[in-house]
Design a protein around this ligand. Structure first.
Ligand SMILES: Nc1ncnc2c1ncn2[C@@H]1O[C@H](COP(=O)(O)OP(=O)(O)OP(=O)(O)O)[C@@H](O)[C@H]1O
Length: 251
């Protein structure tokens, strides 16, 4: 039987008279990479804010490991679109920040983070400052800071959105490899359909606001994936299908 970690059951959310989310039901299974794609302003970030506790649903239930989220001890590691690194702190201190906030002392936090500098392509940059790193490297620091935190699920809000196209593509390939190695349970939000197809096991497509789920698409491409897989006809069909849904949404 599939192990759902996260379930949204009929979630709606309004701000005043404006309905943003309308009867959203979705699941994320253990070790699964799920992506939500949708038009700008549809309500994608609001979905993540319901999980981080910044917003509350107007109706419906959020369940984590079969418990209401409000009663569960689930922890989410959240990575925002901007890297949000502290410019005055060295990379090692930025990378350990999440662990320090969770109460770990500096030595223990460094011991966890340091071995990951190599696989994250950051070896030798421990004592640099964020301004001395490229955009792609800064995003890797932000992701490193996110994944080392004690978490049940990663929440990624357009984590590559601020990068140029080439760096973004390189980061997608790198992120895919990292995910294949670690199998974090992950919920990604993106506008980028190719990115969604390349990274995900499953994709939910949202309508414009008020956001409803209008498609759920499985991506049956074996892992590990290579960028060349995107050229495969079956993958291009999935991408075209999602774009068609977004552009000419069925009622
Ligand atoms: N706290 C709030 N109060 C009032 N309106 C809000 C609030 N938070 C979000 N909204 C509105 O809800 C809608 C959805 O916002 P949200 O940020 O979830 O969209 P999004 O799909 O993530 O957008 P984008 O892709 O452009 O980042 C927007 O119209 C936004 O203005």
């Amino acid at each position: 039987m599939t192990a759902h970690r996260l379930e949204f059951r009929g979630i709606s959310k309004s701000f005043g008279t404006m309905t943003v989310l309308d009867d959203i039901s979705l699941t994320v299974n253990d070790g699964e990479f799920v992506t939500i794609v949708g038009p700008s302003g549809a309500g994608k970030s609001t979905i993540l804010r319901l999980l981080t506790g910044t917003e509350k649903a107007s109706s419906g239930d959020i369940v984590f490991d079969r418990q209401p989220l409000s009663e569960s001890a689930a922890t989410f590691a959240f990575m925002p679109q901007r890297d949000a690194l502290m410019p005055w702190s060295r990379i090692i201190d930025n990378a350990t920040l999440g662990l320090r906030v969770q109460g770990m002392d500096r030595k223990a936090a460094r011991a966890i983070v340091k071995p990951l500098f190599e696989p994250f392509g950051l070896a030798g940059f421990e004592n640099y400052y964020p301004a001395q790193l490229s955009g792609g490297m800064r995003q890797r620091v932000a992701l490193l800071r996110t994944v080392v935190q004690k978490h049940d699920m990663l929440l990624l809000d357009e984590p590559l959105g601020a990068l140029d196209a080439l760096t973004r593509t390189q980061m997608q390939e790198w992120l895919q490899t990292m995910w294949a190695d670690h199998r974090w349970t992950a919920l990604l939000i993106t506008h980028d359909v190719r990115e969604a197809v390349f990274l995900s096991d499953r994709i939910y497509v949202l309508s414009p606001r008020p956001a409803r789920i209008i498609r759920e698409i499985h991506v049956p491409v074996p892992r590990p994936r290579k960028l060349a897989d995107l050229a495969d006809a079956s993958v291009r069909d999935i991408e075209a299908d999602i774009l068609e849904t977004l552009l000419h949404r069925p009622s």
